[in-house]
Design a binder for this molecule. Sequence first.
Ligand code: GDP
Ligand code: MG
Length: 184
Amino acid sequence: MEYFSGFFTGILKLFGFYSKEATVVLIGLDNAGKTTLQYKLRTGESYSFVPTQKPQEQEITIGNVKLQTWDLGGHKAVRKLWKQYYRTADGIVFVVDAADKSRLPEAKKVLNFILKEDALVETPIAILGNKSDKKEAVPMQKLQEELGLPKLLDAYRKIKVFNTSVTEGYGYPTAFEWIAANLP
Ligand code: GDP
Ligand code: MG
């Protein structure tokens, strides 16, 4: 627990003294690990959640930075609604379940939608290849390919992939540091 309290202090440092107001959105398909991550950021503890079925919002505020969490399902009908969740973001944390190969095409679709958004070309996007503690997790390089990222990692885009395990507690602190350092 020491480590996570330390991490929380770390985020406070990174976000808490950020002088402007900023919104960071935590998005991805359901079951990727977003709720668990947000809970950890808030309390430092792990708790198993029933995966969220609706794109319902959870929000925590750290200093001037709002962290909003949304589930983005792949159903066509709701795709048009996605925009309203991420369009105004100053930073995006996109969580992918790297151990669920069957849903990587769906995650890729959502990610490509976001990357096509003109308003977001300068927005830092951290992609968390989460659940990398699982033995069936797709390795980083393969994950980037499955998500169609080699093509999209243009020099001008602030986009970076991180190997993470929310439950084991690694990878995401670095991702948040990177986001904080790249906020406008
Ligand atoms: P959400 O739908 O994106 O909010 O996903 P949840 O946070 O509800 O997590 C879905 C399930 O994945 C839960 O059973 C979590 O305990 C589990 N989970 C989340 N992150 C990890 C991880 O890094 N490793 C492993 N092994 N399981 C995880
Ligand atoms: Mg959830």
